[in-house]
Ligand binder design. Structure first.
Ligand SMILES: Cc1cc2nc3c(=O)[nH]c(=O)nc-3n(C[C@H](O)[C@H](O)[C@H](O)COP(=O)(O)O)c2cc1C
Length: 172
């Protein structure tokens, strides 16, 4: 059973055969410009859920957890997301405000890691985000929180058909 699972996994392609090129030498100086370029290209390519990313958080003692979230904005040098403060991630972020985001645009073989400190945005901005959610019914949710991750590190990764995968890292 596990042997056939191993073989089935082995038979799967890691990446599509046709991939975009990426030359770090021509990359913009600001990682936000490159992120927005890649996000636009993911949208243009019809990548499913291009605004979804995994968020890894950790307790004060380093027990890690991750989950998928939706990107709300990139503004003023920070990546925005929203959740409830009382959730596991909310509790972990209040104890340890360092987090890592990971975007993966599979049809393009592209991954972006964004790591940094997370701050709380205002109650007013959080309320607007809550009200604009699909299915919002006008009722307030005081536990809803908009967060802003300001990166100390952003790494862009492009798969290559020759397996000479390309990495481009920005550090603050
Ligand atoms: C694609 C996708 C997007 C999601 N977006 C959000 C989101 O923006 N905010 C949120 O609180 N939960 C979102 N969720 C649910 C979270 O993954 C998670 O289950 C929930 O927030 C509880 O996480 P926690 O217990 O680790 O805090 C999303 C799930 C998926 C699969």
């Amino acid at each position: 059973m596990s042997d056939s699972l191993r073989q089935r996994l082995r038979a799967l392609p890691d990446f599509p055969a046709v991939l975009p090129g990426f030359d770090p030498a021509t990359a913009p100086a600001d990682p936000i410009d490159l992120f927005l370029e890649w996000l636009d290209q993911a949208l243009a390519a019809g990548v499913p859920g291009p605004n979804a990313f995994s968020l890894a958080t950790a307790t004060a003692t380093g027990e890690v957890s991750s989950r998928m979230l939706i990107l709300k904005n990139v503004d003023d040098g920070a990546w925005h997301f929203a959740s409830t403060r009382g959730s596991r991630k909310g509790r972990e972020l209040s104890a340890n405000p360092i987090a890592a985001m990971n975007f993966y645009w599979a049809p393009l073989g592209r991954q972006v890691r964004v790591v940094g400190r997370v701050a709380l945005l205002s109650a007013a901005a959080s309320a607007v985000d809550w009200d604009e959610r699909p299915g919002a019914d006008g009722r307030a949710n005081p536990d809803w929180q908009l967060y802003a991750l300001r990166p100390t590190e952003v790494e862009f990764w492009q798969a290559s058909p020759d397996r000479q995968h390309i990495r481009h890292r920005y550090a603050a």
